[in-house]
Ligand binder design. Structure first.
Ligand SMILES: [Zn+2]
Length: 227
């Protein structure tokens, strides 16, 4: 390729429920492909701090205790995508959340001659996720991690590492809470999955395997989407 060739930055959307390893995989994709992960919260904070026009608008809305409108978020994203570090592409995290936002995003991208490269859905099995997450606990003495099913202490009730006999569980890791987090995720995400499927950019990947296997699947999908 000659030096004058410019490639269109990739725009990836990573969808996955809490506990599916989305953060880990997003960092891997940043490192592998020179992408930048953009979360809505970070975008807003940076724009407010930089006192851009859209940032000041967002600040006024937030100070009034209101939610920042889709228009303002899109304006902030428009500014951000122009910055040099986004030249290779971005991974959007937490935006879009609705099909209205997805349409607004498509509108913004088409202004720039861009489009969504891939919307990747990290697919999980809910029952298995509940078992994995709700089974976690740690030693109260040394913090060593254990699991009801996958990693029980060699001597029941005694930490393998330090011998402590007290253990801690996170209150929000109980089965009921995990199941309701997953249900909320599916309810919120289902319309987006349908939207991107109908636009031919949805990629489903099994997120129940080993971290390295999931990473390899994602590298293939993203490598293909960026080529
Ligand atoms: Zn211990």
């Amino acid at each position: 390729m000659d030096a004058a060739t410019t490639t269109t930055p990739a725009v990836l959307i990573l969808l996955g429920p809490p506990g599916a390893g989305k953060g880990t995989q997003a960092r891997m994709l940043e490192d592998t492909f020179g992408l930048v992960q953009l979360s809505t919260g970070d975008l807003l904070r940076a724009a407010v701090a930089a006192e851009t026009e859209a940032g000041l608008a967002a600040k006024a809305v937030m100070e009034a205790g209101d939610l920042v409108s889709d228009e303002i978020v899109i304006a902030i994203l428009r500014d951000r995508l122009d910055e040099p570090d986004c030249a290779k592409g971005v991974i959007l995290d937490g935006f879009p959340r609705t099909t209205v936002q997805a349409e607004a995003l498509d509108g913004l991208l088409s202004e720039n001659g861009q489009k969504i490269s891939a919307a990747i859905s990290l697919e999980v099995e809910d029952a298995e996720m509940v078992t994995r997450i709700s089974g976690r606990y740690t030693c109260a003495g040394c913090g060593e991690g254990f699991h009801d099913t996958f990693k029980v202490p060699a001597v029941e009730g005694k930490c393998d590492k330090c011998g402590h006999t007290e253990f801690k569980r996170r209150a929000d890791d109980n089965a009921e809470t995990v199941a309701s987090r997953l249900a909320a995720y599916h309810a919120q995400t289902a319309p987006l999955i349908t939207y991107y499927e109908s636009h031919g950019v949805l990629q489903r990947t099994n997120a129940m395997g080993k971290i390295e296997d999931i990473a390899n699947d994602l590298k293939n999908i993203v490598g293909h989407a960026m080529s």
